[in-house]
Design a protein around this ligand. Sequence first.
Ligand SMILES: [Zn+2]
Length: 145
Amino acid sequence: MNATPIKLPCPECEEGQLVSVIGNFETACDGQSVIVPNVAMECCSSCAESFLTPEGSQQVAEHLAKVSGSLEPAELKAFLEKYELTHREAATILGIGEKNFSRWLSGKQRISTSMSRYIRTLLVHPDAFETLRTRNWMSSEVAAS
Ligand SMILES: [Zn+2]
């Protein structure tokens, strides 16, 4: 009873069958090669092409967030709550697209290392957030006079 259930035909060669495997998945993160262990994939029996399952994609995203120190969706939610922002407001303030922001929140897309640092700084420094929100790049002393 060790037969793997047969899945869909391979979209790459359309000859082989996709079988479920657990293995190392190689990807790139900030220009560096990263190997993610024990990832759920589907591998073609004919051309050896492999595809990530939705579960595998999640595993890879989590692993990359860990190795790169990316902001996690929970921290992004904390950012929204701290400054009482809607998704649209947050996206406008950060200078990104609203769709992009949704993908970050759902964990579908990794937040880049630079953007993670940027948002973390804003979380710690409300005055920096205020400067960004109003886009008043002058010093507060100049702005106040
Ligand atoms: Zn194939």
